[in-house]
Design a protein around this ligand. Structure first.
Ligand code: ASP
Ligand code: MG
Length: 406
């Protein structure tokens, strides 16, 4: 007998029919003789709808009240699913995050899990019940309700799997697994049978929406075996584990992409020693996320700085830089909008020099200009014009033979 944590996302529990389908998937695991903990998201677009209602009342609603509001979404799903399971002849009990013992740091809207007291869940499992837990929520030591950040139900599931020492954590979603690239845009994208934690972490951080990056980080740290699979289709999904066990000969495993990127350039920084830290400290204080950073010095002894941000943050970035012009001491600001980031990811890159060179060659052959570059041990990202994004993905996906290998 094993212990399985199953997680079902918003689309998978988006209607009464879908909830019935989920009850069926839970029953399959029970019938195999397993103990099951189920983690669910809010139904369909419920969380977005709740956010929109609050925004109608206030442009910046109080974060504590937002947590209070958003956690209701998951609470609807846990009770409905438990009712469906009971009706299916299974004994089930629903738990909110706090009933499940999920304690977080005292931060609203984006709290990290501090510890999990699994006693209550374990007792229910021993008595033969299916435990249905609300994803995305927890409680502080002081009894305040918190949420884990958008998409955080994945993290709840993985954290519970780690705390309960579950044999597996299955993430059921509306796609059949992790693909070499987004199959909605690239026709010959292929489902990967397995992928390593590190590769998945890069892909998740680079905008592949299948898994919450923090969930992957958690899985890696606690060596939780994850599987991403479809809640509708009965086919094998993608296993995420320490080392990808199959297809190890492939240097590049996936191509990720993201649009709406703006490149900001600050010209003529007079004091390059301190201005760099001042700029990024100022932006960080204003919660502006900076991605790629490039600095160069000029012959005149000044420095030019370029960095990329999400286009949504552009006006705020402009305001912050202009408001601090005197402290920062620069001559001119420039921005280029309508950019995108295309990245290749694969653990094999560590031991294969020349992967970046090949990437730039392929982009050049296709007349795609690279505006910025960043690398890690297992990824190379290039910023290109948004209009070239999908073409870049397609030619890289082909050149690194991602579609052809079974
Ligand atoms: N319901 C939350 C959201 O939409 C959490 C989740 O689904 O993972 O972000
Ligand atoms: Mg999700």
């Amino acid at each position: 007998m094993g212990l399985i944590v199953q997680k079902f996302g918003g689309t998978s529990v988006g209607s009464i029919d879908r909830i019935l389908n989920v009850a069926g998937r839970v029953k399959e695991e029970i019938d195999k003789g397993n103990q099951v903990v189920v983690v669910v998201s809010a139904m369909g677009k419920t969380t977005d709808q709740l956010v929109n209602m609050a925004k109608e009342l206030s442009p910046q609603p109080n974060k504590r009240e937002m947590d209070m509001l958003l956690t209701t979404g998951e609470q609807v799903t846990i009770s409905l699913l438990s009712i469906a399971l009971n009706q299916n002849g299974l004994e089930a009990i629903s738990y909110t995050g706090w009933q499940a013992g999920i304690v977080t740091e005292p931060v609203h809207a984006n709290a990290r899990i501090a510890k999990i007291d699994t006693n209550a869940i374990s007792q229910q499992l021993v008595s033969g019940k299916v435990v249905v837990v609300a994803g995305f929520q927890g409680i502080t030591e002081d009894g305040e309700i918190t949420t884990l950040g958008r998409g955080g139900s994945d993290t709840t599931a993985v954290a519970l799997a780690a705390a309960l020492k579950a044999d597996r954590c299955d993430i059921y979603t509306d796609v059949t697994g992790v693909f070499t690239t987004d199959p909605r845009y690239i026709k010959n994208a292929r489902k990967l049978l397995s992928i390593s934690y590190d590769e998945m972490l890069e892909l998740a951080n680079l905008g592949a929406g299948v898994l919450h990056p923090r969930a992957v980080e958690f899985a890696k740290n606690y060596q939780v075996r994850l599987e991403v699979r479809s809640s509708m289709e009965k086919e094998e999904g993608t296993v995420i584990e320490g080392e990808a066990t199959m297809e190890q000969n492939l240097v590049v495993r996936g191509v990720a992409f993201e649009d709406e990127i703006t490149k900001v350039t600050v010209l003529g920084l007079t004091n390059s020693l301190t201005s760099l830290s001042t700029i990024f400290t100022t932006l960080a204080k204003n919660h502006i996320n900076v991605d790629i950073i490039i600095q160069s010095t000029t012959e005149a002894g000044t420095a030019n700085l370029s960095f990329s941000i999400h286009t949504d943050d552009w006006l705020e970035t402009l305001n912050v830089l202009e408001d601090n012009k005197e402290v920062l001491g620069y001559e001119q600001l420039d921005a280029e909008n309508k950019l995108a980031k295309v990245s290749i990811v694969g653990s094999g890159m560590v031991s294969n020099p020349g992967v970046a060179a090949k990437m730039f060659q392929i982009l050049a052959d296709n007349n795609i200009q690279v505006k910025m570059v960043s690398t890690s041990e297992i990824k190379v990202s290039a910023v290109v014009e948004e209009k070239h994004m999908l073409k870049a993905v397609e030619v890289l996906h082909d050149a690194f033979e991602l579609a052809s290998v079974e």
